[in-house]
Write a protein that binds this ligand. Structure first.
Ligand SMILES: Nc1ncnc2c1ncn2[C@@H]1O[C@H](COP(=O)(O)OP(=O)(O)OP(=O)(O)O)[C@@H](O)[C@H]1O
Length: 264
């Protein structure tokens, strides 16, 4: 039997209990407008821990706006976002230390070496120089760039730079990784390599991933998918279930019909 004191203790601790403890990311009824232009309209979805989730949307769907809100680059105008149960507005420190991000635009310093770029970022996260060195070697190995630590970033290919950005995003052991169109501008081989490194992070290390793309061939039937179009979520669920529900063979065709246009 629970005593009065126990109940009081439970109630007081529940005040600080994170919401949506079961989701790596919970986006609830989020809307965002730039002046009069509404970029997101009541967007809701979740990313499960340890899952690869594709945010599928054409240009202008609102993917980057959503990433800017999740990373608190923009303040949330309406709705709520939480990471592992921590609301980003109320508990930003707890929420954001679980998050790694690879933005669409390249952000490495071209004139520094790979190791120097990572060391700089590790210092921002409070890692000691010794920890930073060890961790950098580890994350570079995870993206098969372990032998390029001393190379200048300028001398790497586009795909290799992306892999370094992914390594950098992993330095502080995030449990959720956001990637905004990470394969744009890369050739077929580099795209496949990046996708397989990120899928390995999910499978081997249990990192949750939100992968924003308009490229339909990056979606596997077993992936969780959120279809975003002109600021609205049109459908969500496992890719194979979405297509089965629609009575259509594959997710590419569902997407083309829903949005009236095709990716690739
Ligand atoms: N800073 C801004 N000021 C005004 N409008 C903006 C701004 N950023 C985005 N938008 C508008 O918001 C809508 C969503 O854009 P957003 O960049 O979020 O989409 P996206 O899915 O990331 O597309 P892309 O892949 O082309 O970047 C678009 O209509 C866009 O023109």
């Amino acid at each position: 039997m629970v005593s009065m004191i126990d109940v009081a203790a439970l109630q007081s601790s529940s005040v600080h209990m994170p919401m949506h403890r079961d989701s790596a990311l919970a986006v609830e009824a989020v809307s965002h407008a730039y002046g009069k232009r509404r970029a997101l309209d009541e967007v809701s979805f979740t990313v499960a821990p340890g899952h690869f989730t594709v945010l599928l949307g054409l240009n202008g769907a609102g993917k980057s706006t959503l990433f800017s809100l999740i990373t608190r680059l923009y303040a949330t105008q309406s709705g709520a976002i939480s990471l592992f149960g921590f609301n980003i507005a109320h508990d930003p420190g707890e929420a954001l230390r679980r998050l790694g991000v690879v933005f669409q635009a390249r952000t490495l310093d071209l004139d520094l070496s790979v190791a120097q770029n990572l060391a700089y970022h590790a210092a921002l996260h409070g890692l000691s120089p010794h920890e930073a060195k060890q961790r950098a070697a580890q994350v570079l190995r995870q993206v098969a760039m372990g032998d390029r630590a001393d190379d200048k970033v300028r001398d790497l290919s586009g795909g290799q730079m992306r892999r370094v950005e992914i390594a950098r995003a992993l330095l502080h052991h995030p449990r959720l990784l956001l990637l905004d169109e990470p394969t744009v501008g890369l050739d077929v081989k580099a795209r496949a390599e990046i996708l397989s490194h990120v899928r390995a992070l999910v499978a081997k290390d249990g990192v949750a991933v939100l992968w924003a793309t308009h490229l339909l061939d990056e979606v596997d039937p077993g992936d969780d998918v959120v279809i975003l179009h002109q600021g609205h979520v049109l459908d969500q669920g496992k890719a194979c279930e979405i297509s089965m529900r629609s009575g259509i063979q594959n997710i590419a065709e569902v997407f083309t019909r829903l949005t009236g246009s095709g990716g690739r």
